[in-house]
Design a protein around this ligand. Structure first.
Ligand SMILES: Cc1ncc(COP(=O)(O)O)c(C=O)c1O
Length: 389
């Protein structure tokens, strides 16, 4: 069995990559260790790179169509990993999940319609409804036992004003895995209030054992009837730059409208590398994924231990899925601006600003990306401790 090396430090500067090449633009300086954008600093696995190279050998890069073999690998992955039994007609290729959410908003809602999200949340969930002049309705998450929890009373009350909910399942930031019971309650509330649900499951494959991902559509017949699910190999196999996602919709009525929109407006075509990369990932990815998740779990444990020893004042929400941790520095006796300034200008570390995940409630909070070699993480944490002392 091949042993993959996640400790390797791979220089990524000057590769047209947002995480390493857009620091000056977003943080005002270029000499930071990037722990922000959600991709990993690990090598994209060899079986994906080999498949892309093989396709390149053909040397004609004309218009692409997903081959039957692509659909079969997607269907098998969905069955094996999420317990979703589907047929090809219930799936649609999507060039990216943010684009997919935007298409749902455009196709299925009107300006002024309420769109429900739980905050803090991945910023495009806030920006897309607002950008499209929909009414953004935020239900703040609670923190219970070091993890995010849904405030169901608040959610039910706010759902009454909404037509759609955008759910991050698992959750970004904080990597909270929503269990079956939680998702069933969300589905009940949404169904009762005529709210449809976008379940964004981009982080699902990176659920860290012993946690188990539950796909929203599987929790009840009602959940299936009211939902559109987005999945992708992009985060899991570090191939986000290929723009390769997929939408599942088990509801006849939603599918007819949504897939009808995608086809009528021709917005959801793919490129040849998206199909080749995804098929290779789903066909050959199991062993690499197991090893990568073990490494990520090690990084989460490292962060937990490090914070306990060196920064016990920081309240952390550590991921149960994926590699995004939420750090709350509000007990440090510093303002949000002071912490931010120290992180950037003293520690030279780029973390995501918590306020971009839902406004001023999240002052003094920052998101850190643990998808990196452990040596990088250790070095960054030393510098964070140093800048706060
Ligand atoms: C919850 C969530 N959805 C979607 C995306 C981005 O998806 P895509 O690159 O397919 O647009 C991210 C990336 O961080 C994410 O965390």
């Amino acid at each position: 069995m091949k042993k993959y090396d996640f400790d390797e430090i791979i220089p990524r500067k000057n590769t047209a990559c947002v995480k390493h090449d857009a620091l000056e633009l977003f943080f005002g300086r270029d000499d930071l260790t990037p722990m922000w954008v959600a991709d990993m600093d690990f090598r994209t696995p060899d079986f994906i790179m080999d498949a892309l190279r093989t396709r390149c050998n053909h040397e004609v890069l004309g218009y692409a169509i997903p081959p039957e073999s692509y659909w079969q690998t997607v269907i098998q992955w969905f069955q094996r990993h999420y317990g979703v039994s589907c047929i090809k007609e219930e799936l649609h290729f999507i060039p990216g999940i943010v684009a997919g959410i935007s298409f749902v908003i455009q196709a299925m809602t009107q300006p002024g319609d309420g769109i429900l999200v739980t905050t803090p949340v991945y910023p495009p969930f806030l920006n897309l409804p607002q950008g499209g002049h929909r009414q953004l309705v935020c239900s703040p998450l609670k923190v219970e036992d070091g993890r995010f929890a849904i405030d169901f009373e608040d959610l039910e009350w706010r759902a009454r004003q909404c037509r759609w909910m955008i759910l991050s399942n698992p959750h970004n930031p904080g990597g909270t895995v929503w269990g079956e019971e939680v998702l069933r309650r969300v589905a009940e509330i949404c169904y009762r209030n005529n709210v449809n649900v976008i379940s964004d499951e981009i982080h699902a494959d990176m659920t860290l054992p012993p946690h188990r991902h539950v796909s929203f559509s599987t929790v009840s017949p009602q959940a299936k009837e009211i939902s559109i699910t987005f999945m992708a190999p992009s985060k899991t196999f570090n191939m986000a730059g290929l723009g390769s996602s997929v939408c599942y919709c088990g509801s006849d009525s939603l599918r007819k409208r949504f897939f009808g929109y995608l086809d009528a407006y021709e917005v959801a075509g793919g490129n040849i590398f998206a199909f080749v990369g995804a098929e290779a990932a789903f066909k050959h990815g199991e062993e690499w994924l197991t090893q990568m998740l073990q490494y990520l779990s090690g990084n989460v444990d490292f962060l937990r231990g490090y914070l306990q020893e060196h920064l016990p004042q920081v309240k952390a929400i550590l991921p149960e899925a994926s590699y995004l941790a939420w750090l709350d520095f509000s007990d440090m006796g510093l303002t949000h601006e002071e912490i931010k300034d120290r992180l950037i200008n003293r520690a030279r570390v780029a973390l995501n600003d918590g306020t971009t995940f839902g406004g001023s409630n999240y002052r003094c909070c920052f998101r850190i990306n643990l998808g990196c070699p452990r040596a990088t993480l250790a070095d960054v944490l030393d510098r964070i401790v140093g800048c706060l002392k």
